[in-house]
Write a protein that binds this ligand. Structure first.
Ligand code: KIV
Length: 262
């Protein structure tokens, strides 16, 4: 199967086939979920929370993101790899934003994601004009958690719904090829999805989006600080790890492993 391109992602919207996206941060997880046939692998700045144990994504930086993007890109044969631009890597000058976006492509990603609505449309346009596909991200913005005041659903009242619609339209206008809707009221997500030509990819934004994305550690039961209510956990690897480590410890203490030599 050839590598999934921006054109393929747009075709999925046109055909009405849901887009499947997951995060990954390391070589082998990326290899396995790529072989499962996901369309997009996002190297999310969520790694700061689910891999490094921080309370927010704000401490992710370019070095860390590029390090993980390289590992994921090396393992991914088919899915589109999207690098998540960390806090402060695109909020300064347009030149810095373009240079930082380009570094993700040099690390093997095919696109970058940035958080923010119409205020970031000039940034999106500058990056797209440099030949780099951009995925937008609106709704609950983890990099703006202190301004927003928590991980709160967005677009529930008329005013905030209208603002999100305007954000989505301006990102499309600026050249974004898709938009993540995070914790967006499902009626607002439906309206945006129905009126945009580019696909919406929801996380906690209901069933009307063109695709869905979740954090891999959440669906595998590997992150136990909190589980957002919209997550579906498909297995419990935390329990498996504890069980396996206990069995190993028991075997070593009881001299069952390694095989005893005479
Ligand atoms: O960082 C991340 O994993 C994300 C997804 C939750 C969309 O931005």
């Amino acid at each position: 199967m050839p590598k999934i391109t921006v054109r393929n992602i747009l075709e999925l919207k046109e055909s009405g086939k849901p887009i499947v996206a997951l995060t990954a941060y390391d070589y082998f997880t990326a290899k396995y979920i790529d072989s499962a046939g996901v369309d997009i692998i996002l190297v999310g700045d969520s790694l700061e929370m689910v891999i490094y144990g921080s309370d927010t994504t704000l401490t992710a930086n370019m070095d860390k993101m590029l390090f993980h993007t390289e590992a994921v890109a090396k393992a991914t044969k088919n899915a589109m790899v999207v690098g998540d631009m960390p806090f402060l890597s695109y909020q300064g000058s347009l030149g810095d934003a373009v240079l930082n976006a380009g570094r993700f492509l040099q690390a093997g990603a095919q696109a970058v994601k940035i958080e923010g609505g119409w205020k970031f449309s000039a940034v999106v346009r500058a990056i797209v004009d440099s030949g780099i596909p951009v995925m937008g991200h609106i709704g609950m913005l983890p990099q703006s958690v202190h301004r927003i005041g928590g991980y709160i659903t967005q677009g529930e009242d008329e005013d905030s719904s209208r603002r999100l619609f305007e954000d989505a339209s301006s990102l499309q206008e600026a050249g974004a090829f898709s938009i993540v809707l995070e914790k967006v009221d499902s009626n607002t997500a439906k309206k945006i999805t129905q009126n945009l030509n580019i696909p919406t990819i929801g996380i906690g934004a209901g069933s009307h989006c063109d695709g869905q994305i979740l954090v891999i550690n959440d669906i595998l039961g590997l992150y136990d600080k909190f589980t957002p209510p919209f997550v579906k956990q498909y297995t419990n690897l935390k329990e498996e790890i504890i069980r396996s480590a206990k069995s190993y410890a028991e075997d070593v203490r009881n001299k069952k492993f390694p095989k005893q030599e005479g």
